[in-house]
Design a binder for this molecule. Sequence first.
Ligand SMILES: [Fe+2]
Length: 199
Amino acid sequence: MVAGHTYILGINAYDHDVSACLLRDGEIICAIEKERITRKKHDTGFYQEVVDYCLETAGINLAEVLQVVRNCYILPVHDMEERLMHQYMPHYLDGPEREKAGQSPLFLSKADNVVSTSHHHTHAYSAFTACPFEEGAIMIVDGVGSYPSDVVPQYIPPGDSGNPLARESESYYTFSGAQLTPTKKVWLEPARGFLSDEF
Ligand SMILES: [Fe+2]
């Protein structure tokens, strides 16, 4: 917390439309997609530019952010970063960005205030926290989201015991105030591997 303000930084990492959003005391003060900086449509990869842009706009540094919340639909961000250390996937982290990432305190961070959220949970929050209603229903129809093991159990509907290698495809919730309740999930079966034709 800085001068009485609470800052929360949200990051969408690695795959399409890498972006960041900075909240000050619960209000969005800056949000930007990487493509606006790099001029590459739907730009992927590391998130240095968008984080720097948000922090510079607010006139703060990373140490002044109370909480960093990161999302990536492929794997939780920390797991994705470990994978990227061992497997060269230039779509997600090319050579120059790998160097940049290695110097960032967020890359492979184990700090308590740097967390990952599962993918459809993140979609749900982006919808209902910004809507003007106190209660309602949420329908997420996505291509692909998290594996079951990467979803907090309380956000999987009771009795849903799907294939551990399936991915989120559709998710349904109800919300009341800040309370989110899962009602149904449709899983994308791992028939032909990652991003198969069912996508
Ligand atoms: Fe999505």
